[in-house]
Design a protein. Structure first.
Length: 214
């Protein structure tokens, strides 16, 4: 307990950093992921190609490499932002590819007749998707989206290697201060458990309320 009590503020800052990264990157991933899923099922060929390329490239790129590309590459083009924002961009864009595929799989579970009926009533593609298809797809994608966001929370640990304050990065300071590396990592693991179990509990509530009965 001494490791935690003596460094409570340090752990608190790290945990807060991880929570902030998780929340903001999750919001970005959800928005971009839904948009890319819409692109992938759009009747416009160029949008489908863009969505496919987005998913293919990001899903097959190591996250660490994406961090290097965003945090070290964008400043070369004159885009200078705080490292935390760069980390949110890297995490959010990477995760959006997986959110996209989860949402697209949910869209595919909606009977084709639903969309055809909406179009026969004169509804546009965007209205059909937003008012008819996505609300039904949402019920089936709650579990996979929850699992993806839990993975995002754990992936946020990579940000610590790029001077971003987060939970895993606290071990460097603790190691320099001479604390037991084992107990340092035990309390770090507890912090990640708090974050991931909170996300899991939230999505369990959503699934019980809106999920498809099994």
């Amino acid at each position: 307990m001494n490791v935690l009590l003596d460094n409570f503020s340090l752990y608190g800052k790290g945990l807060l950093g991880t929570v902030e990264l998780t929340v903001f990157a999750s919001l970005l991933a959800l928005v971009v992921g839904v948009v890319m899923a819409a692109f992938r099922v759009a009747p416009v060929g160029s949008l489908r190609v863009f969505g496919t390329v987005w998913v293919t490239v990001l899903r097959n790129t190591p996250l660490t490499l994406l961090f290097f590309a965003v945090l070290l590459g964008l400043p070369r083009f004159g885009i200078v932002l705080p490292f935390k924002i760069f980390a949110v961009l890297a995490l959010g864009c990477y995760t959006s590819a997986f959110i996209c595929e989860a949402v697209r799989s949910g869209i595919n579970t909606v009977p084709v007749g639903q969309g055809e009926a909406a179009r026969s009533l004169g509804m546009s593609f965007s209205r059909t998707l937003g008012d008819v298809v996505l609300p039904q797809a949402f019920r089936t994608v709650i579990p996979p989206v929850g699992s993806t966001l839990i993975a995002l929370a754990k992936n946020s640990a990579i940000a610590g290697s790029f001077s971003v304050v987060e939970l895993l990065g606290t071990y460097k300071t603790l190691n320099e201060l001479g604390y037991s590396i084992v107990w340092s990592f035990v309390w770090i693991a507890v912090g990640y458990l708090i974050v991931t179990l909170t996300i899991s509990a939230l999505f369990n509530v959503l699934e019980k309320r809106w999920g498809v009965p099994r």
